[in-house]
Design a protein around this ligand. Structure first.
Ligand code: FES
Length: 150
C-alpha cells in the first residue's frame, strides 16, 4: 500500500471521523476502485468497523472493489434508447475496446457498462462518459467521441 497516496486523500478531510462516505468517494476518484488494504487503513483512521465500511461500499453502485477504467462509459439500454439503436452503439464499443459490457480494458483506460434509463430519453440513444452525457449516438459518432478520451 502506498501510504503517501492514501494519506493525501485523507488529508483533504481534517476530521476523518464522520466523513467516511466522502472519503470513499475521493478514494474511488483517485484509485478508480477501492483497494482492500486502503479500506482497512481508512477503517482504522475513521474508527468505523471494517464490516461497516464494506456494507457501505457494496451498497452503492458508485463504489467498486475491482479496478475500474480511468473513464467510465455507460450506454443507456432503456426502451427509448434501445428503440433508437443503443445496442448497435454498445456492440461498436465492445468491438473497438475489445471488452464486453461490465468489463474494463487491460490498460485500465475504459470501463464499459449499461444502464436502463438515465432520464434523458429525448436524447436517445444516450451515452454517459464520466460526467458527460452524449446524445443521439451512433456507432460512427461513438468512435469519433472515443478518440477524445484516448
Ligand atoms: S431510455 Fe435511455 S435515457 Fe431513457
Amino acid at each position: 500500500m502506498d501510504i503517501k497516496r492514501i494519506e493525501s486523500v485523507l488529508s483533504r478531510f481534517p476530521q476523518p471521523k464522520g466523513n467516511l462516505i466522502a472519503i470513499l468517494h475521493e478514494m474511488q476518484n483517485e484509485y478508480h476502485y477501492l483497494p482492500e488494504e486502503e479500506l482497512r487503513y481508512v477503517s482504522k483512521k475513521t474508527g468505523v468497523a471494517l464490516s461497516q465500511v464494506y456494507s457501505i461500499v457494496t451498497f452503492y453502485n458508485r463504489f467498486s472493489l475491482k479496478p475500474k477504467g480511468e473513464h467510465q462509459i455507460c450506454v443507456c439500454l432503456g426502451t427509448a434508447c434501445h428503440v433508437k439503436g443503443a445496442q448497435k452503439v454498445m456492440d461498436s464499443l465492445e468491438r473497438s475496446l475489445n471488452i464486453r459490457e461490465g468489463e474494463t480494458t487491460e490498460d485500465l483506460k475504459f470501463s464499459l457498462g449499461a444502464v436502463r434509463c438515465i432520464g434523458a430519453c429525448s436524447l436517445a440513444p444516450a451515452v454517459v462518459i464520466d460526467e458527460e452525457t452524449y446524445r443521439e449516438m451512433t456507432p460512427k459518432k461513438m468512435a469519433k467521441t472515443l478518440k477524445h478520451y484516448k
